[in-house]
Design a protein around this ligand. Structure first.
Ligand SMILES: [Zn+2]
Length: 305
């Protein structure tokens, strides 16, 4: 997407399956599942030494899970932490649990951010992992401690309703999942995602002082609070573009996407439409945009008269 207002890092010098120390006491392994949605693939993290936690085992990918387990072959996996229930993050939990007996932690099973409207299909349905259930649910601020690591759960709904980031206190860094990524903006697609939640979750991170984020896709983010603020400005800019276009007259979502996303990868058109819908839902609730009935992907939108 044309997001030149954010200092993206579109490189990642990481070979799938190779283990690399990315911060003191934190290793990462890249899964070989590249796509327009996952960049080079999902990045799984191993926290600690000897007795370790794994953050986001990734998809149900035998080769990737074998690489992760090989990386910890002389160690004990005590904890698995899941940022959210998309199929590129949580399905690998089952294999890691079966091999290690580790306990899986997450905010909860998959759920949409709001109920479906009449006739509305769940969004990129294939992307949801509805099988995953955590052994232990985490609430915002709850702390998971292992030998040598302390991880604080930070509820960050928006990309999904159950998204959690995890702060590693010993290293003053955050595993940011898909909430904040270095290579792209996060997809916020109703009904699984919600823009008002997403913006509140960005504000929440912008107020914290961790400098380094380790995302679910892409490279390390340094000067993270600044990066988060550029994400917030970007969303505000997108909102302004929508209002600007509607100022010229009523429009449907495909028209808004064409006006706002210049040079969009066609494979991302549907996601972009849902992202615009996410903004419109938020704008309708705030009374800044009007539409007939519930905001939906097929509606026409206008400024209130
Ligand atoms: Zn995701």
């Amino acid at each position: 997407m044309a997001d030149d207002d954010i200092p993206f890092n579109k490189t990642l010098a990481l070979t799938p399956g190779r283990v690399e120390e990315v911060a003191p006491g934190v290793r990462r392994v890249l899964c070989d599942n590249p796509s327009p949605f996952t960049f080079k693939g999902t990045v799984s993290y191993i926290v600690g030494r000897g007795q370790v936690a794994i953050v986001d085992p990734g998809p149900d990918d035998e080769t990737h899970i074998a690489a992760l387990l090989d990386a910890v072959r002389d160690e004990t996996v005590t904890h698995i932490l899941v940022t959210h229930t998309h199929r590129d993050h949580s399905p690998g939990v089952a294999r890691v649990k079966a091999a290690t007996g580790a306990i899986a932690f997450a905010e909860g099973p998959h759920r949409p951010a709001r109920s479906l409207h009449v006739g509305e299909a769940p969004r990129l349905d294939a992307s949801n992992d509805t099988d995953f259930k955590p052994d232990q649910k985490l609430a915002d601020g709850e702390v998971v401690s292992g030998r040598g690591f302390t991880l604080e759960a930070i509820a960050t709904p928006g990309h999904t309703a159950n998204h959690m980031a995890y702060a590693l206190r010993e290293q003053n860094l955050i595993f940011s999942g898909d909430h904040v990524m270095g290579w792209s903006t996060s997809i916020v697609a109703p009904p699984d995602g919600a823009m008002s939640d997403y913006m509140a979750s960005l504000d929440k991170l912008a107020r914290r002082d961790e400098r380094v984020y380790l995302p679910g896709h892409g490279d390390v983010i340094r000067e993270a609070p600044q990066f988060v603020r550029s994400y917030i400005r970007h969303r505000q800019g997108r909102e302004a573009s929508i209002l600007h276009r509607l100022g010229k007259g009523a429009a449907d979502i495909p028209t808004l996407v064409r006006a706002i996303y210049i040079g969009l990868d066609p494979r991302l058109a549907r996601a972009a439409g849902l992202s615009v819908l996410a903004h419109l839902e938020d704008l309708v609730v705030r009374g800044l945009v009007a539409t007939e009935g519930m905001p939906s992907i097929a509606n026409t939108y206008r400024l209130p008269s």
